[in-house]
Ligand binder design. Structure first.
Ligand SMILES: [Zn+2]
Length: 298
């Protein structure tokens, strides 16, 4: 237990210069936990989540599910999206109802993408912005080559850029336990060390797969956990030598032009996809602690 943080610090000091990360937050207006879903509660959670980004001028993008079950309708959703945009954040589409392409026909899936646009487009337009990015629910990009190709064609035709993820984690498992009083304190202690283990893993994996560290793209969810822990999460990145960039800036790195030919049913980090495309042996990212993995669904 004593050696581990020392090693992490040492590794961080070795290559602390010039690391970059883009932060992306999924399942707006609120997802990944069992917290209250009234407009007031989501407004309060959203304000707290975005405060450090606004104050420190850190780029962030949120991905919206217009049909996510919450205690308010489209007008309430528009108010929440305006909080995001007013704070300087960008927004992208995450589909209307978070369908899983492994389970539904492509026509149903693509209709759900379009159904997720009206409130989002209107909010963006009112802030002089355009809808540009799509994030696949569950990071599922198509279980067969035909479905993957046809889905990408649909996204191209509708002017979408895919928002990949490299720092893939299970923050939602921690978030679900955080809203339960019995586990809240323990989650508070164990969340950032877990996230740091994910970051350290993908730093090394970037070097193995791409030959160097790349601007990373973090996926987390719009939860009370992240609202409360964001200053600590940002501090962890800073301690490891990171600066914060927009999704667009991260994607300008040539790594994101690498061939990505993964076909299958899993939602994987793009670093895993590139490694599989290259025919490299797989290596899984660290798991959440056992009590989290086993307890979050209960
Ligand atoms: Zn999602």
């Amino acid at each position: 237990m004593k050696l581990f943080p020392t090693l992490l610090l040492f590794a961080a000091a070795l290559s602390a210069a010039g690391r970059q990360v883009a932060i992306t937050i999924d399942d707006l207006p609120r997802g990944g936990d069992h917290g209250p879903r009234s407009l007031d509660a989501v407004r309060a959670m959203t304000g707290k989540l975005l405060k450090p980004f606004q104050e420190q001028k850190i780029p962030v993008i949120g991905f919206v599910n217009e049909g996510r079950p919450v205690g308010f309708g489209p007008e309430g959703l528009r108010q929440i999206l305006d909080i995001w945009l007013d704070s300087g954040a960008d927004l992208g589409n995450h589909s209307y109802s978070h369908l899983n392409i492994n389970d539904v026909p492509l026509t149903e899936y693509t209709a759900d993408i379009l159904k997720g646009e009206p409130v989002l487009r209107a909010a963006l337009a009112a802030h002089g912005k355009k809808l540009e990015f799509y994030r696949h629910p569950f990071l599922h990009t198509g279980p067969t080559a035909e479905i993957k190709r046809a889905m990408q064609q649909f996204l191209d035709q509708h002017g979408y850029r895919v928002a990949p993820v490299t720092l893939d984690d299970n923050d939602f498992e921690f978030a679900a336990l955080y809203t339960k009083p019995a586990s809240k304190d323990r989650i508070k202690r164990e969340y950032i060390p877990y996230m740091e283990s994910i970051v350290a893993f993908f730093e090394q994996r970037s070097v193995d797969v791409v030959g160097r560290e790349i601007p990373q793209i973090l996926l987390i969810h719009a939860s009370q956990l992240n609202a409360d822990m964001m200053p600590d999460l940002l501090a962890m990145f800073r301690r490891r030598g990171y600066t914060f960039v927009s999704l667009d800036q991260a994607l300008a790195d040539p790594a994101y032009k690498l061939p990505e030919e993964y076909i299958g049913r899993y939602g994987l980090s793009w670093i895993h996809r590139w490694s599989m495309t290259k025919g490299m042996p797989g290596k899984d990212e660290p798991d959440a602690p056992k009590w989290v993995e086993e307890g979050w669904r209960k």
